[in-house]
Design a protein around this ligand. Structure first.
Ligand code: NIG
Ligand code: FE
Length: 430
């Protein structure tokens, strides 16, 4: 007796599951990608129903559609757990200014940077934001990213922050990728609050966050089968932006309204943001470029995922990267993300991020793959639904045109993703 299924991918030279049902991978477990040679995966109703050696699955399942993955790798779709992919305009002029010697923070302090994108984003309608962002999501999907966290933070007032959330929700409803929203009202101080950061924090806490909560109740209906659509609250905890106390106020207020914390911490200066994140039970602490060793230990002992963003260092022309090697060895649950945004990382590619991590952060290809799939899903509290090839999970899979998963990080500047399966549907990648 065979069981009917929608799709059977079989004969994969390597099928890598990245399975980790009991929490994110840490330490030595990050070197284990759950490799099955001559592997197969069966899919029905958008979910994974079986995974194992090809001969077993062929005997047990009768599929409406079959795909022969001989000579190829099958792996989970990438989860990109830190992005600012929804925005208007670009900052190509700042790119040239940095080449000529200006730093990211100097440009920001001179009124450019995030505020420049804020101006373009405020001037755009929801429809224009959606239209500007969709091609970037298409590029991400073609490069294998099937789920994307997306931050607000270019509105910086109540109306425009809600407009950004609406654009994220509309894209989620119409694009094959899953978009998971994060409210980042505390991303920068808008010009009208210049020199009055505490008053801006009051606005975020007293007006924006309650409005975001209200919006969530009426607008967010989860396509991912979780009881409530995830919604996070983030803050840019950095010298000259929001200090540790201001960051705490924002994140604690969000938490009180049911928004789980995330934090931008230690990108340029360490203000103790990691300790704050751990104290508040944050889903993740992100950047971590200058995190002191004692705080790496604190992170390792916590359930907070550490998200590193090496495309930012690369893009800013820096040779200093977050110390991912020490983090993994200390037991931090490490994830990778692109941070795609118009300033610090105009980069849609998780494979490129993995390639950089392997070269400059000395992660092994297996560690980078787990960091971009299962651990990234846990950084979004979605480790039970996304990020690995396990029975019962959403069928988000990649067929990679290489015989060994290590090629994903070994080759760069090329897209090895041959086909993307999103919720069980095969998509031809352009
Ligand atoms: O994660 N550092 C703060 N925020 C973003 C950059 C956003 C921007 O420059 O537009 C980041 O790098
Ligand atoms: Fe960011």
């Amino acid at each position: 007796m065979t069981t009917p299924v929608d799709l059977l991918i079989h004969n994969a030279t390597q099928l890598v599951t990245c399975a980790s049902p009991d929490g994110p991978k840490r330490g030595k477990a990050m070197r284990d990608v759950g490799l099955i040679r001559d592997g197969a995966v069966a899919v029905a109703d958008g979910e994974i129903v079986a995974v194992g050696p090809t001969p077993d699955l062929r005997a047990d399942y009768a599929a409406r559609e079959r795909v022969d993955a001989s000579g190829k790798v099958v792996c989970p779709g990438f989860v990109d757990p830190h992005t600012h992919v929804v925005y208007a305009g670009d900052r190509v002029g700042e790119f040239e200014m940095r080449i000529q010697g200006a730093t990211y923070m100097e440009i920001m302090q001179a009124g450019g940077g995030i505020v420049s994108t804020m101006k373009a984003t405020r001037a755009a309608t929801v429809e224009e934001l959606v239209a500007a962002s969709r091609p970037r999501l298409d590029a991400m999907l073609a490069l294998g990213t099937t789920a994307v966290e997306v931050k607000t933070g270019y509105g910086l007032d109540t109306e425009n922050e809600l407009k950004m959330l609406q654009a994220i929700a509309d894209l989620n409803a119409t694009h094959p990728a899953d978009l998971i929203p994060t409210f980042l009202g505390a991303h920068a101080i808008p010009p009208e609050y210049r020199g009055r950061t505490d008053e801006y924090v009051d606005l975020v806490v007293e007006e924006m966050l309650p409005a975001v909560r209200e919006w969530r109740l009426t607008n967010l209906h989860s396509p991912i089968s979780t009881p409530q659509f995830p919604l996070f609250c983030d803050v840019f905890c950095e010298a000259g932006v929001f200090d540790r106390d201001q960051s705490r106020r924002v994140l604690a207020a969000g938490l009180a309204l049911g928004l789980k914390p995330k934090i931008h911490a230690d990108e340029f200066e360490s203000l103790g943001g990691v300790v704050l994140a751990v104290e508040l039970g944050a889903a993740s602490a992100d950047h971590l470029d200058v995190t002191p060793p004692a705080e790496i230990e604190v992170l390792a002992q916590s359930s907070t995922v550490g998200v590193v963003l090496p495309a930012v260092n690369f893009n800013l022309g820096s040779t200093h990267f977050a110390d991912a090697r020490t983090m993994i060895d200390a037991g931090v649950a490490l994830a990778l993300a692109t941070d795609i945004n118009p300033g610090s990382a105009p980069c849609p590619s998780m494979p490129l991020v993995m390639a950089i991590a392997c070269r400059y952060q000395r992660t092994l290809p297996a560690e980078a793959l787990n960091a971009g799939t299962i651990n990234a899903a846990y950084a979004l509290d979605l480790g039970d639904r996304l990020g690995s090839i396990e029975v019962g999970k959403q069928a988000d899979l990649l067929i990679v045109d290489a015989p060994d998963y290590r090629h994903l990080a070994y080759q760069f500047g090329v897209n090895l993703v041959d086909r993307v399966v999103k919720r069980g549907r095969l998509r031809i990648v352009p």
